[in-house]
Design a protein around this ligand. Sequence first.
Ligand SMILES: C[S@@+](CC[C@H](N)C(=O)[O-])C[C@H]1O[C@@H](n2cnc3c(N)ncnc32)[C@H](O)[C@@H]1O
Length: 268
Amino acid sequence: MSTRTQEDFLKGFHAERPAVTTEVFAAARAAGARTGYEALRDRVADRRRVLDLGCGDGLLLELLARTPGRRLAGVDLSPRSLSLARRRPGLSTAALLEARAQRLPFRTGAFDACVSHLALMLMADLDQVLAELSRVLAPGGLLVCAIGAGGGGTAYELFGELLPQALAGAPAGRRMPALGDRRARDPEALGALIAGAGFAGEPEWETVTVDIGGPPERVWRALSGMYDLAALDTAALAWPRSGRPSAPGPPPSPTRTRTWTAASACAY
Ligand SMILES: C[S@@+](CC[C@H](N)C(=O)[O-])C[C@H]1O[C@@H](n2cnc3c(N)ncnc32)[C@H](O)[C@@H]1O
């Protein structure tokens, strides 16, 4: 699948649902009661110039902006998501740019850290993305990426079982293409890529489990926001007026999603 096709799909998806990720993950807490966004914020607490790669509607940048004196930037493919980010009062001085991670519009050594929440695993040409990150990070700069690692529990299992049936009649042109580079999810392959891009040392991996469970309607909002379901029209994804899921089988139940976090010091 070409990079262009993948990126057009993402842009089209987020044109319709520009805040879909924060709708789910802003309330999803890990043990210790932090959200995934707060966990990333804390990893770069001592860094002043911070880039958010695939910043979406800017929630993580807004958390980072609460530390005075920071210089913040965000890039994203989606103009709709960026327009929401620009409306956040805390981001009036942040540079929020429509750009591709594979070609960053910043000078060499511009940042002390880069964070990326649930975006790196969607990016094609990962070698090029990491080369760009290595370039824009100053010596000793930190790269912290949270990567979706799938779910568990009955809601996800049910979702996986029902997916082929739900998508059977959907138009081929709206179907989700294969997205990203599978090496983003593989510690060994990612380690080799990171080293090849000029970062120092092995990336550190941490598994964070965040709870996206709750009442069935909330679980459905999380599942129905997944890229897989883009092929269905809005009516098919609406929560039934009766308040009960229309899918056969047991209703969705509280479930969890895992997030991998990789951190690496940039080359000295
Ligand atoms: C799942 S959303 C996460 C958004 C945000 N980081 C959050 O967690 O709320 C993934 C984001 O990555 C962006 N994205 C994907 N590939 C990209 C690329 N190659 N360059 C820039 N942004 C990209 C998408 O447009 C989308 O906004």
